[in-house]
Every structure is written in structure tokens, then in C-alpha cells.
Design a protein around this ligand. Structure first.
Ligand code: PRP
Ligand code: URA
Length: 672
């Protein structure tokens, strides 16, 4: 399979300082959402159910567990899941903190069971029970179900008679900052709008005197988080299991969606390798351990996937270090006490967007999967789920409580399984994310698109004449023979030399000529001559020597240097083995010759060497260039003009130019 262009691949480790900075970027990305979960659960219940330090520690430990389970093949960060805020709150009210934590552990166990079933019978059954018509409304319920919490945090619900204007100002300010960052933020800022909103709102709260710093003053610098352990702090009970566990159905779909998105970003099909069974196992054990220690359920974090997409750094080492940082943060008593002083109004301001944001994602699932609401079946499923999930439905059977949200999930799954479908509907409702071949195709398309983007970028430069492409029917004709795999060594060699000559003509278009007096057989005239002593040719061994003949025919007095280089087949980095240039090279204009400009590594290294020798005028002549190599050379050496016979499509995964002509060196010298 083709691979997306990554700056750092999954198993590569960056140098220490860069490693730390990249890991901190992930910590920033996960932080806002991860700490919001305990804060919002506690605010909904009216007492402490979850704590920030434990949430941070369990998110870090969970991520490390996930990395182990996936054999270090998937750069995913696990943070606290929003989907469980309401179910945990309902569970805690009905069955106490212990009941809620048991429910979270059950969620982890469900993930593990699903992972085992997938290992045995595959994953197609999941797409049958979790089609978009069930997932979409469920995500909407998760977001909208939280809406009343945001309203009471801002302080504008109907039962509040005396509005606290300071709180409202803070909430509105936080909302505006978050919205502005979402709209106009560039790069990494765009990934952390909620964190920026919260920090800004917090600063305004401090200015308005809404923050009480007593907890920070009283806190120790380092403190062990308040882990809540079964059989130590409570006896596990299943009373809240049905309020919480059914939501696992939805978060499993979220898990698959996030892994699909990440697969297309990093160009590796994670659903196939390490496999959905392993990723679910990692997420499941992580969630079980989170519940075991008193933390919220974990989930794959889209924020961190965005960071991977933006930086093109897919290293699990970076994710692993971010996880360790999260664990350490959980032990910084003063820091977590400071975070706990964030006023409700700040949370309300971000929640105003955040919860709607979640709900809108549910709508997106319905729209992107083209769920047809002219079909009564779909209307019935979505309507009943929305009413049950948002209407405050709750069933109490003995001590066991089923929350409206869980009820909606169960009813959605059952209605979808049992309501009759017509043939068209069966086709339409397939959840394509689980389909491995479909994902492979998606990844291929993504990589192709990336190649096209590079080509587009380079094409813009062509207009600016940073690169010259020979545009002549005869050149096209000769190139076509050259590309043909049936062309033999003799003809190939002759054509490389001939095209080298044409390139030389083009590269010398701006040459300045000296005035000379000559005599024709008929009369004396003043004429123009090239001072051939001003030039040097530098073929890159081996293949570059194939072009040399053609150039020497045109400028026979040019001096010749040699640079020996081959590409390491694994890393594609150039390995230099020889460098010998004329002693007066500094004063000459140098034409570097190499039939192929692929990644640009060899060409750039040759230019680096020449510049070290003091050469200031360099041109690069090649037969075929890949957009990737042109871009690299233009980025690193914008002063070097590139001359080529053709700009091809892209590189393949082995760094060969497509459509290209194969290995130029081997074809010139007949070595293969
Ligand atoms: C080829 C080619 C270039 C280089 C281009 O040489 O002739 O020198 O690869 O690739 P790059 O732009 O990705 O660096 P190769 O390493 O095959 O050595 P050879 O000329 O001895 O065959
Ligand atoms: N080197 C070659 O000879 N051919 C390519 O396509 C790329 C590098």
C-alpha cells in the first residue's frame, strides 16, 4: 500500500528536545477535554464523583496500556470520554460513586468481549448492529443531553431569579474567544480552541474577583491523587451498569471512526494492522483500569489525531511521552488545585459550543452516510431514540436504573434489527468504516490527493519559471522511447545522452557571450562566442555520467567534476562515496547532471557540497523530476534553477518516480 508522507513514522523516536516539545503539544490538545469530564460530572451530580488528578493519571495509564496492546503500531491518545458524562452522573445519583465506577469497568469489559468476538468471527456483524441511523442520533443525544448543564453553569436558567452579571460576562467572553479561535485559529491553535477559551475566561474571572485561590494555597506541591478502589472504598455493584454500559455501543462506533480517520492520515490501515480487535482491547482494558482506579471511561481523542495530521508526526514514542506527562501532572497538587478553581461560568462558556459541537457531529454522521429520512423506518428509529434520550426517560427495575441515554441506545439497536427493511435500505445502511477494503481504497485516494497537492504546488512554481520543462514534440517522442521497458541498453544510453544535450541548450539560454572578430570566407565580422572556460559539469555517479556525453558535445571545454552517491534503499537518504571537482570550481557556473530527481536527497546533497566549496552559480539538469523532489530542492535551494524533460506524477513507496522510467543507472549500464 502507498504511504502518506510522514515527518516521523509510527515507530520513529525524535531527538530528546523535539520529543518533549511534541509530547507537550499532545498534552495541551487532550488537557481541556480530559479535565472537563470530572468537572462536569461533579457539577451535574452536585458532589464529587470523579477528580481531575485521577482523570489525568488514568488517561495517561490508559494510553500506555493501549500502546502495549496495539504493539506500538497506532499513535492514538486516550482521554476522558464526553459520552459518559450524563450516564456516569445518572449512575452516581442512583447507585453512588461505587455503582458508577462499576458501570465504567463493565464498559471496559464490553470492549474486551467485542474485541474477542471480532478475533473469532470478524467484524462484519458490528456494521449490522451499529449503522449510521443508530450512531447519528446517539451522538446527538450525548451532546444535547448535556445542554441543561451548560445553561445552569452560565447562570441563565429560568429558575435563577437574580442573574449574576459577572458570571454571564465571563461565560460570554469565554464563548467568544473559543469561537474566534475555532474560526480564525491557525495551525495548532485550531486544535485547542476550548483550552484557549478556558484560559482566557479564567484570566477574566481572576480580574473580576470570581476565583478563590484558597484551595491552591492549601494544596501540597505533590500529592497522590484520590484513587477510589473497589473493596477498599466501595463494594462493586451492578445497580448503575444499565445506565452506563449500553453507551459502549456508541463509543465503539466512535472508536472505529477515529481509527479510520487516523488510518487515512498516516496511510496505514489500522483496522487491519494492528487490527480492530487489538485497538478495542487496548481501549477496553484502559477503560476498565480507569474505572478500577476511580477515573472516567477513556476514549480515542480526535484532538490528538488532529495534532498527528497537522504535524505529520505519527510517532508512538511522542504519544507515550505525552501519556507519562499526563500521569505526572496528576501528581502535581498545586496545579490540579488551580485547575479546580475554574469558575462554572467559564465552563458554561465553552460548553455552549462544545455540546452543540458533539450534537452537530451526530448530524454529520447522518448526512455523510446519506441516511434517507423519506423512509419511515429511519424516521421511527431516530425519533424514538431522540425522545427517549432527551425526554428524561428512566426505568428503575428494583435497584437497577436504565438512563434515558442507555434506553435510547438499546431501543435504536433493537428497532434497527427488527424493523423490516427493503432491499435498497439494506445496501445503504452499511457502515463503511469497518470495511477494510473500502478503507484501503480511501487511504490510496488520500495519498493520491497528497501527491496531486504537491504537484499543484510545484505547478504554481512552474508558472513563476523556477523550473524549466522542455516543451517540444521531439523531446516527448524521445522520452516515450526512453520510458518504454522494452528499450534496450544501447538505445537507452544514446537517448539519455541526446536529451542531456537538449537540456544543455535550454540551460544555456541565458549565457552571456563575448564579442569576437572573425572572418567568414567572404568578409570580416564582429561575432559572439561562449567562453567555455566559465563552465563545469558535475554528473552524479552513476547515472549522471550517462548525460555527460551529450553536454560535452555542446561545450567540449567545460571542466568535469564527479560526485559519487547512491540512495540507501531503506531510508532513501543519499550516501556519498566520492567527491572530486576542478580546483577552480568556485569561479565556474556548475551544471549538475542526474537523469532522476526523485526525493531530491541526492541533488540537494550535491548542491550542499558545491556551496561548501564556494560555488555560487548552480543549475540542476535532469530528465525526469518528481514533484516531491522539485519541492525539496526549491525549498532548500531556491537559487538553483531546475531543467527537466518531464515533470512526472509522484513517487511510489520505494521512492521511484511514477510513471518514470525505472532505475536509470541500471538501464544505462545494463546492470539488471
Ligand atoms: C538514482 C538517481 C539519482 C537518485 C535520485 O541513483 O540516479 O542519483 O537515485 O534519487 P533521490 O532524488 O531520491 O536522491 P541511485 O541511488 O539509484 O544510484 P545509481 O545512479 O548508482 O544507480
Ligand atoms: N532513481 C531512479 O533511478 N529512478 C527513480 O525512479 C527514482 C530514483
Amino acid at each position: 500500500m502507498s504511504q502518506a508522507k510522514l515527518t516521523l513514522d509510527v515507530n520513529e523516536k525524535p531527538p530528546v528536545l523535539k520529543w518533549i516539545i511534541l509530547a507537550l503539544q499532545h498534552v495541551f490538545a487532550m488537557f481541556g477535554a480530559t479535565i472537563l469530564v470530572p468537572i462536569l460530572v461533579n457539577s451535574a451530580v452536585g458532589e464529587t464523583v470523579l477528580t481531575i488528578p485521577v482523570a489525568l493519571v488514568t488517561s495517561g495509564i490508559g494510553t500506555l496500556i493501549y500502546i502495549l496492546c496495539t504493539k506500538g503500531k497506532s499513535p492514538v491518545y486516550l482521554g476522558s470520554s464526553f459520552a459518559f458524562i450524563t450516564p456516569i452522573a445518572v449512575g452516581a445519583v442512583k447507585a453512588g460513586v461505587g455503582g458508577a465506577l462499576t458501570g465504567i469497568m463493565i464498559v471496559g469489559i464490553i470492549y474486551v468481549i467485542v474485541a474477542i468476538i471480532i478475533s473469532i468471527i470478524g467484524k462484519e456483524w458490528l456494521s449490522k448492529i451499529l449503522p449510521p441511523i443508530v450512531i447519528g442520533p446517539m451522538i446527538m443525544i450525548i451532546g444535547l443531553g448535556l445542554a441543561p448543564t451548560a445553561i445552569s453553569e452560565i447562570g441563565i436558567s429560568s429558575d435563577i431569579l437574580n442573574l449574576d452579571y459577572k458570571s454571564i460576562i465571563v461565560a460570554v467572553f469565554t464563548f467568544i474567544v473559543t469561537a474566534v479561535v475555532m474560526l480564525n485559529g491557525k495551525g495548532f491553535l485550531k486544535v485547542i480552541p476550548f483550552l484557549i477559551g478556558m484560559i482566557s475566561g479564567y484570566i477574566l474571572s481572576v480580574i473580576l474577583g470570581l476565583v478563590d485561590f484558597t484551595p491552591v494555597l492549601e494544596a501540597a506541591f505533590f500529592s497522590i491523587p484520590d484513587f477510589i478502589l473497589p473493596f477498599v472504598s466501595y463494594i462493586p455493584n451492578l445497580d448503575a451498569a444499565m445506565a452506563i454500559a449500553p453507551i459502549a455501543l456508541v463509543t465503539i462506533a466512535e472508536h472505529i471512526g477515529d481509527h479510520t480517520a487516523l488510518s487515512t492520515i498516516i496511510g496505514k490501515n489500522l483496522i487491519k494492522d494492528p487490527g480492530l480487535n487489538r485497538t478495542l482491547l487496548g481501549d477496553g482494558i484502559a477503560t476498565f483500569v480507569a474505572g478500577l482506579l476511580g477515573g472516567p471511561a477513556n476514549t480515542t481523542y480526535g484532538e490528538n489525531t488532529s495534532v498527528v495530521g497537522m504535524t505529520k508526526i505519527a510517532s508512538v514514542w511522542v504519544i507515550g511521552l505525552a501519556a507519562i506527562f499526563a500521569i505526572l501532572l496528576g501528581f502535581l497538587g498545586k496545579f490540579t488545585a488551580l485547575v479546580s478553581t475554574i469558575p462554572n461560568a467559564v465552563l458554561g462558556g465553552v460548553s455552549l459550543i462544545l455540546y452543540g459541537f458533539i450534537a452537530v457531529n451526530g448530524l454529520k454522521v447522518l448526512i455523510e452516510n446519506r441516511v434517507d429520512f423519506s423512509k419511515s423506518r429511519n424516521v421511527i428509529i431516530a425519533s424514538s431514540m431522540l425522545v427517549l434520550g432527551l425526554g428524561g426517560a428512566a426505568i428503575n427495575i428494583s435497584t437497577v436504573a436504565i438512563s434515558g441515554m442507555s434506553l435510547a441506545a438499546i431501543v435504536g439497536v433493537l428497532l434497527n434489527l427488527f424493523l423490516p427493511k427493503d432491499k435498497e435500505e439494506t445496501k445503504e445502511e452499511k457502515f463503511e468504516n469497518i470495511d477494510v477494503e473500502n478503507l484501503d481504497r480511501k487511504i490510496e485516494n488520500e495519498v493520491k490527493q497528497e501527491g496531486e497537492n504537491v504537484k499543484e504546488e510545484v505547478e504554481e512554481k512552474i508558472e513563476k519559471e523556477d523550473i524549466v520543462i522542455l516543451d517540444h514534440p521531439l523531446v516527448e517522442h524521445k522520452l516515450s522511447i526512453l520510458r518504454d521497458k522494452n528499450t534496450g541498453t544501447k538505445e537507452f544510453r544514446e537517448l539519455v545522452s541526446e536529451l542531456g544535450m537538449f537540456l544543455c541548450y535550454e540551460a544555456m539560454r541565458d549565457a552571456t557571450l563575448d564579442d569576437v572578430e572573425i572572418e567568414t570566407p567572404l568578409q570580416k565580422i564582429s561575432s559572439k562566442r561562449l567562453n567555455e572556460d566559465k563552465y563545469a559539469f558535475l554528473p552524479i555517479l552513476r547515472a549522471g555520467t550517462g548525460m555527460l556525453d551529450g553536454l560535452i558535445k555542446v561545450i567540449p571545454n567545460a571542466k568535469i567534476g564527479h560526485i559519487g552517491m547512491y540512495r540507501n534503499e531503506e531510508t532513501l537518504e543519499p550516501v556519498r562515496y566520492f567527491f572530486k571537482v576542478p580546483s577552480d570550481i568556485k569561479s565556474r557556473e556548475v551544471l549538475i547532471l542526474d537523469p532522476m530527481l526523485a526525493t531530491g536527497g541526492s541533488g540537494c546533497d550535491a548542491i550542499d557540497q558545491l556551496k561548501k566549496e564556494g560555488v555560487t552559480k548552480i543549475k540542476f539538469l535532469c530528465l525526469i523530476a518528481a514533484p516531491e523532489g522539485v519541492k525539496k530542492m526549491q525549498d532548500e535551494h531556491p537559487d538553483v534553477k531546475i531543467y527537466c524533460a518531464a515533470l512526472d506524477e509522484k513517487l511510489n513507496e520505494k521512492g521511484y518516480i511514477l510513471p518514470g522510467l525505472g532505475d536509470a543507472g541500471d538501464r544505462i549500464f545494463g546492470t539488471k
